[in-house]
Design a protein around this ligand. Structure first.
Ligand code: HEM
Length: 447
């Protein structure tokens, strides 16, 4: 019972048994926004007999991610969707195990370390551009995926996977759709049954495993000193002197690989799309790059002289946050907004909803990088803008991703611009991340 006499937060009843399952399946993003508009700061959403609580107020979101974080685990759906691929990696492990692993991995993401990867990031952008000819049309989503895959493989594993990148891209897309469909479906055929989809999923996981275990075993035989994330994970020691098992190294490498390349590619793709639709912002970005860099690729030390570039990245992450929702399950009762939320409920905080909330962003649907130029970020209430999450489980790769995004945009935007193929459907598809459903086909124009 709550202080205002209500048992549960307000919300729709939905259909018998299904609740809002069909709305979520047909239009998850629209449904989330509609719920927030109709029912306010805390909404009860029944989906397949399970109640999901959507939080739409910055302080409630802070409570979820920071204050009450010890009472909250990653949601069952999250574990179901990404667990089979990522095992006990940082993204979904919990408790003491997670804390130990995070402590081990953290030094590898120290700013000084991350900065050392900047030449690789720029080099990968230059290599990708060498494949392009002005006037041709390409699927820019695929191009960005290849680019960030190359960066991930080279920085993580200190090697390249020439020839494998397409197969990896296909495996990842299939697995995300497959696990998500299973997670959201009320009728789940056991994964061990030999249906075509189950068999393909097993094959794709085995393929990804064989790549990563192959690299780990090569590395064990290798005596050269190296500077990649994998060597740091393999060398890292717990306080008691023990090291990660091979399976842990596999899980953490797979996690960094998946969490790192896909999200960063999406932030780049959406940025190119937004710039192409907003030529004034694009022109202002070009002018800033020209004035500061005069045609050469950016280095880390240039970034503070490129405030508009930084604003473009912030604005793109606001409108198309690659992580568009975060879900938690409370392991004990929590009280939010005066409501007692019983244990094992699913609580949700959505970047898609909050980042488009007119209480915090004027003209919320508009692409206006300028809004970030006068210190908006520090004026916003914490919990209103959180593309990288917040609190102890905040993205470990935030610095890496922001650096890569800025360097790649600076390198490419000085040489090319992109224009959407007329009539090409750009449809945000909320899978585990927010992807353009059909990719984004664009003409590449040399500048
Ligand atoms: C634009 C790019 C990226 C975005 C938008 C993004 C977003 C996020 C978000 C929202 C979380 C928190 C999830 C939660 O609390 O439920 C997260 C966690 C995480 N991210 Fe990122 N990420 C990006 C890039 C990266 C990169 C480049 C890496 C690694 C190289 C990475 C590795 C991770 C890991 C390991 C976690 C789990 C941290 C933990 O729970 O301790 N991410 N990311």
């Amino acid at each position: 019972m709550t202080n205002n006499g209500n048992h549960a937060p307000p919300g729709p009843k939905g259909l018998p048994i299904l609740g809002l399952a069909l709305d979520v399946r047909n239009d998850a993003l629209g449904t989330l926004q509609r719920m927030a508009r109709q029912y306010g700061d805390i909404v009860s959403m029944p989906v397949l007999r399970m109640n999901r609580i959507l939080l739409n107020r910055p302080d409630y979101i802070q409570q979820l991610l920071i204050l009450d974080h010890a009472k909250l685990h990653k949601s069952i759906l999250t574990k179901l969707v990404i667990g089979p691929l990522l095992g006990q990696g940082l993204l979904i492990s919990e408790g003491d195990f997670w804390r130990r692993q995070r402590r081990l991995a953290q030094p590898a993401f120290h700013r000084s370390r991350t900065n050392e990867y900047s030449p690789v990031m720029v080099e990968c952008a230059l290599e990708r551009m060498r494949q392009w000819r002005g006037g041709e049309t390409r699927n820019i989503a695929e191009e960005m995926m290849k680019l960030t895959l190359e960066v991930a493989v080279r920085t993580l594993f200190g090697t390249t996977l020439a020839g494998d990148s397409e197969a990896i891209g296909k495996a990842m897309t299939f697995l995300m759709r497959y696990y998500l469909r299973r997670g959201r479906s009320p009728w789940r055929v056991p994964a061990s049954w030999p249906t075509p989809a189950n068999r393909r999923a097993r094959r794709e996981v085995e393929y990804m495993d064989s790549l990563i275990y192959g690299i780990i075993s090569d590395r064990k035989r290798d005596t050269q000193p190296r500077n990649d994330l994998l060597s740091m994970l393999m060398a890292a020691m717990h306080e008691d002197g023990s090291q990660m098992t091979e399976k842990q190294v596999r899980d953490e490498s797979m996690t960094l690989f998946v969490a790192g390349h896909e999200t960063t590619a999406l932030s780049l793709v959406w940025t190119w799309y937004l710039l192409s639709e907003n030529p004034e912002a694009e022109a202002r970005l070009h002018a800033e790059l020209r004035a500061v860099l005069c045609g050469r690729p950016a280095e880390v030390s240039d970034l503070e002289k490129l405030p508009y570039l930084n604003a473009v990245v912030h604005e793109s992450l606001r409108l198309y946050p690659p992580a568009f929702i975060m879900a938690r399950m409370n392991v004990e009762a929590v009280s939010v907004g005066g409501y007692e939320i019983p244990p094992r409920s699913t609580l949700l905080a959505s970047q898609w909803v909050m980042h488009r909330d007119a209480r915090f962003f004027e003209q919320p649907e508009g692409f206006l990088p300028e809004r970030w130029l006068d210190g908006l970020e520090s004026r916003l209430p914490p919990g209103a803008y959180f593309p990288f999450g917040d609190g102890p489980r905040r993205c470990i790769g935030q610095g890496f991703a922001m650096l890569e995004t800025a360097l790649v945009i600076a390198a490419i935007a000085q040489k090319f611009r992109f224009r959407l193929t007329k009539g090409f459907p750009v449809v945000p598809e909320p899978l585990v991340t927010l992807r353009p459903k059909y990719g984004i086909e664009m003409a590449i124009e040399a500048r």
